[in-house]
Ligand binder design. Structure first.
Ligand code: CMP
Length: 144
C-alpha cells in the first residue's frame, strides 16, 4: 500500500560526498521525494530519534554521532516504501549487508552505517513528525 518512510543520510554520507549517489538510487527505484532538509541535529532531537535505544550501550555514542556533522533528512513515498527502502539500505551492520545495498556498498562500521531508515510504518510516522512540520511535506504529482 502507499506509504511514507523517513530516511536520513548520516554524517558519514555527507562527509564522504555520497549524498547524490544515494538520492539517485532512491530516485532510480521510483520512489517519490516529498520532503528534504539539510540540518544539524541537536541533542533533544537526537535523543528523541533514538529513544527506543535509551539504556543500551550504543545509545550515547549513536546520539553523539548524528549530532557530529550535518545530515540530510528525507521523506520518501511509494508502494511498500518502508520495507523496500530497508532492502535497498541493507542490514544495519554494513559488514553483514548485501554488497549491492547502500550500506553494503559504502559502509564498514555499524556506528557509521551511512543511512537510517524507519523500521515500520508506525516508526515512520513518529520519525517524520520529529523532523518535519506537515507543511514541509510537499504534495505533487510525479510522472513516471
Ligand atoms: P540506525 O538504523 O540509525 O538505528 C540505530 C543505530 O544505532 C544503528 O543504525 C547504528 O548506526 C547504531 N548502532 C551502533 N551500535 C549498534 C549496535 N550494536 N546494534 C544496533 N545498532 C547500533
Amino acid at each position: 500500500c502507499m506509504e511514507r518512510t523517513f530516511l536520513m543520510l548520516k554524517p558519514d554520507a555527507v562527509q564522504r560526498g555520497l549524498v547524490g549517489r544515494i538520492v539517485a538510487k532512491l530516485e532510480d527505484k521510483g520512489f517519490k521525494l516529498v520532503g528534504m532538509k539539510f540540518i544539524q541535529v541537536d541533542r533533544a532531537l537526537a535523543e528523541a530519534h533514538y529513544a527506543e535505544h535509551k539504556g543500551k550501550g550504543f545509545f550515547e555514542p549513536t546520539v553523539a554521532y548524528i549530532m557530529s556533522s550535518p545530515v540530510v533528512a528525507m521523506v520518501w513515498q511509494g508502494k511498500n516504501v518502508v520495507a523496500l527502502a530497508r532492502e535497498l539500505m541493507g542490514a544495519t551492520n554494513p559488514a553483514n549487508a548485501n554488497p549491492g545495498s547502500i550500506r553494503g556498498k559504502y559502509g564498514m562500521d555499524i556506528s557509521r552505517n551511512v543511512i537510517h531508515g524507519s523500521d515500520s510504518v508506525a516508526s515512520a510516522e513518529r520519525e517524520i513528525a520529529l523532523y518535519f512540520k506537515p507543511e514541509e511535506l510537499v504534495d505533487y504529482t510525479k510522472a513516471g
